[in-house]
Design a protein around this ligand. Structure first.
Ligand code: PMV
Ligand code: MG
Length: 358
């Protein structure tokens, strides 16, 4: 094992939220230019250390015990990183690679200066960056698909509720059309076969396609200053949703996102804006029929301000706080929107799309 480093970007949902949680229904997601960096170095001790200010002020000590990775002093916030180490080590073992103990340094610029989450997908990015650094540390070749699937298995085995779109964005980067795999199938197979075999299988319903970034619109991001928990929103939808109207929502969302993808591919400003507005309306309607709040008053203000200036906007991701996005055509629109957002305590975030190939 040698010293190794990797970084993975955060993400923003552009359209197709909620519907994408049901396997096979598309969303458009982008990676943004804020990152989590992970660096690893072999340790001479009989334990490893984790340095991560978002998990703990203190250094964490980890050890291997009965095929598991555990902390000397348990800490819930470390669950993702520990599971990531455990499964990646398991994968390496299948390649006859055994690691010594090592130290892990995690640095994140996905959160605000005072540590508040913007909702840019830090748990996905930390998984991807850690797996990538581990594979690099032993010179094991990895491609996007392998990296995504291994990260996906980590999240599925922690019973994460989401579509795993944050992992796709962190691995593939750029603009993506993403449909989630059948996670029940993944779980079932994972109980039957080794990790490498599962990674080599074709996963039902999974689709990750890069789309060329459109030039006819500029993306603005506004932060409402209120973090939201995606897991709790998605869980609330698992219960007694009205199956018939939800089915309609899934169909309408798929049609709308397909139009958006075509609009992006042909770089049609008009099609992109129309699809974004339609997706907002579909999501609002779906949230009302299921009695949850997608647009907080600030997200509604974010949207109305954008509209007033001739742009389109919507919430990004699960809603209930976090970020909203707007698409503008001119610098003039952008300046007007920023000014009015600020006057309503909505913070414009200077984020750009990130594409590792460009
Ligand atoms: O709030 P975010 O940015 O984590 O996005 C969640 C998007 C959902 O479709 C609601 C859930 C998911 O995992 O796809
Ligand atoms: Mg969110």
């Amino acid at each position: 094992m040698k010293h190794a480093k990797a970084k993975a970007p955060g993400k923003l949902y552009i359209a197709g939220e909620y519907a994408v949680v049901t396997p096979g229904h598309p969303a458009v997601i982008i990676a943004v230019d804020r990152f989590i960096s992970v660096s690893l170095s072999p340790s001479k001790e009989y334990f490893g250390k984790i340095f991560s200010s978002s998990i703990s002020e203190n250094t964490l000590i980890w050890k291997r015990q009965n095929q598991q990775i555990i902390l000397e002093a348990p800490n819930k916030k470390a669950d993702i990183i520990l599971k990531t180490l455990e499964l990646t080590e398991h994968f390496l073992k299948e390649h006859n690679i055994l690691l010594p103990y090592y130290d892990i340094y995690i640095k994140s610029d996905l959160d605000s200066v005072d540590g508040i989450k913007y909702g840019l997908g830090s748990s996905g990015a930390v998984t991807v960056a850690t797996i990538h650094a581990l594979l690099k540390s032993v010179n094991l070749d990895s491609d996007n698909e392998k990296l995504f699937k291994l990260a996906a298995i980590v999240h599925v085995s922690l019973n994460k509720k989401g579509s795993l779109g944050d992992l796709a964005a962190a691995v593939y980067t750029g603009w993506l059309a993403y449909s989630s795999p059948d996670r029940e199938w993944v779980k079932h197979q994972w109980n039957r076969m080794g990790l490498s075999s599962l990674i080599d299988e074709a996963w039902p319903k999974l689709k990750i396609e890069s789309i060329k970034a459109p030039k006819s619109v500029e993306l603005l991001v506004g932060w409402t200053g209120h973090p939201a928990s995606t897991d709790s929103f998605v869980t609330s939808l698992e219960g007694d949703k009205d199956i018939i109207s939800y089915d309609r929502f899934l169909k309408d969302s798929t049609t709308c996102v397909s139009h958006l993808i075509k609009g992006i591919q042909s770089d049609s400003n008009k099609e992109i804006k129309k699809a974004i507005n339609n997706n907002r309306l579909l999501l609002l309607q779906m949230s009302r029929s299921n009695n949850f709040i997608l647009e907080t008053p600030k997200l509604t203000a974010l949207n109305q301000i954008a509209k007033k200036h001739g742009a389109v906007a919507k919430s990004s991701g699960a809603g209930g706080g976090d970020c909203g996005i707007a698409f503008v055509d001119t610098r003039f629109q952008k300046e007007g929107i920023y000014k009015d957002w600020r006057a309503n305590s909505i913070e414009p975030l200077s984020l750009n799309m990130y594409d590792k190939y460009n």
